[in-house]
Design a protein around this ligand. Structure first.
Ligand code: ZN
Length: 478
């Protein structure tokens, strides 16, 4: 290391160029794989070259034997979110620290508009939850639950403030669900402003009837959460969402797609050339309805929506990722502790808070199953977990790539690092892991957020509050 005096003299001579230099790594982007060093100044990538002189930097990080990839972008998380009389157990501090451990350096969470509220109130409320706490950069989608004509212009106002995507629900009648007319109005407004609408696609009306029948028959165990939400209810809603978007001339992004039936509808639409996109989540790639065989009430750990499906869907989803029928893997991280939170539904599965913890293990699970499993390339991996989510949600090229001028959000990813996922060692504030006992090969070794070393070989060396709010451009790049 250079002493401060040497640094000053080097700077005078114009040779002291970088705050941090990442050496001897292999850069991986969505399109390229090549050996190069990366020089970082003022939080941004300042140089990429085969060889940068180590004496030109204050701090040198070795990436020997590892990939240097853009930080993960998780566009679907629920931190500090009220649901069913309780609140998701990670806040913006614990959740973003856990995300950083897993190589995610940007997240997009959801600001919820409750009935009668302005969209601005939702945004302000969630900004306060995150302020001064996040260890990684963050942005918001706005969930709309109440959309009279008088609120349509509020959508455009939020877009101007950097909230350039909205989430609508076709499920949870009486709570979040919007009718088709409101959904169509929202798509039409988004078509004008260039915003992107994210859709929770399940036929909530039909599901509610099936749920009531099950309860009347005394079927109250956790597995009935899955058995009362058929794949057809998801596929129907995906079709309807695509049709409403097509009529309005708007793009649509289907969140947490869980099954082959729904995937078929997305594939058909994309084959017709429509701007239809969809994400899936690691839980649908690794878990199945068989997880409800867990003893006692433990199936509650796997209660989230859409539910887990039969095992054969997993391979269809992996193939969908490989063939670009699915474009993104996000987590839908929405943790509730097993004790006292999931237990609220001991006698009635409809009272189990819906959600599971996943923010920490997305990169390792997708790399291990996708690249390690021989299903797609390391470049496709980067595209799925970083580049495409950054592009769709107005963050590229600041996020989602390794390029001069981009934020120095970087993961030094060791393809040979191994770990067994467990609640005993994870960093999320939740008392169980959905992926308990699963062994993954491929782990983040170091993580930089805005050029600052934040994770160093299993230690958090960053600072809560170092994350910035990101004003996003629109889907259409405005
Ligand atoms: Zn969600």
């Amino acid at each position: 290391m250079n002493g401060p005096r040497t640094q000053r003299s080097l700077r005078r001579e114009g040779r002291m160029e970088f705050d941090t230099l990442i050496r001897d790594g292999t850069i991986v982007t969505a399109v390229d794989t090549y050996a190069s060093d990366v020089g970082i100044t003022n939080g941004r990538i300042a140089a990429i070259a085969e060889r940068l002189p180590p004496e030109s930097a204050r701090q040198v990080v070795s990436a020997q034997g590892a990939f240097v990839m853009p930080g993960g972008v998780d566009v679907h998380t629920h931190l500090d979110m009220p649901f069913g009389g309780t609140t998701s157990s990670d806040d913006f501090e614990t959740g973003t620290v856990a995300a950083a451990f897993g190589g995610t350096t940007t997240l997009i969470d959801f600001a919820i508009q409750y009935k009668g509220q302005t969209l601005r109130t939702a945004f302000d409320t969630w900004m306060k939850k995150a302020e001064g706490r996040a260890a990684i950069d963050y942005a918001f989608h706005c969930i709309i639950t109440d959309l009279p004509d008088s609120r349509l212009e509020e959508m455009d106002a939020l877009v101007r403030d950097g909230v350039s995507s909205f989430k609508l629900f076709m499920a949870y009648p009486g709570v979040f669900m919007l009718d088709d007319a409101s959904i169509f109005r929202a798509f039409s407004q988004a078509a004008k402003s260039g915003a992107l609408v994210c859709m929770h696609a399940e036929n909530g009306g039909a599901i509610d009837v099936i749920v009531k029948r099950a309860l009347a028959e005394g079927k109250t165990a956790p597995k009935y959460h899955a058995l009362t939400r058929p794949t057809t209810a998801e596929a129907e809603a995906v079709s309807r969402a695509i049709a409403l978007a097509e009529m309005a001339g708007a793009p649509v992004y289907i969140v947490h797609l869980s099954c082959n039936d729904a995937l078929e509808r997305v594939r058909e639409a994309r084959d017709r050339g429509l701007p239809v996109y969809a994400e899936t989540c690691p839980q649908y790639l690794y878990l199945s309805i068989e997880n409800f065989d867990a003893p006692g009430f433990e199936g509650a750990k796997f209660v989230f929506t859409p539910p887990l499906r039969e095992k054969w869907h997993q391979e269809k989803l992996w193939a969908g990722l490989a063939r670009d029928q699915l474009q993104v893997v996000s987590t839908d991280h929405c943790p509730f502790c097993y004790k006292e939170q999931k237990e609220l539904g001991r006698d009635d599965f409809t009272k189990i808070p819906n959600g599971g913890p996943g923010i920490e293990h997305r990169l390792s699970l997708v790399f291990a199953g996708g690249v390690g499993g021989g299903r797609f390339s390391v470049n496709r991996f980067v595209e799925l977990v970083s580049t495409t989510p950054a592009k769709l949600f107005g963050l590229f090229p600041r996020k989602g790539t390794v390029a001069v001028g981009s934020d120095a959000d970087l993961v030094i990813f060791d393809p040979n690092g191994e770990e067994t996922i467990s609640a005993k060692t994870h960093h999320m504030r939740v008392d169980y892991s959905m992926f308990e006992g699963i062994r993954v090969k491929g782990l983040p070794r170091q993580v930089l957020v805005g050029g600052k070393l934040t994770i160093d070989n299993g230690r958090f060396v960053g600072r809560p509050g170092q994350g910035q709010f990101l004003r996003r451009r629109t889907y259409s790049g405005v």
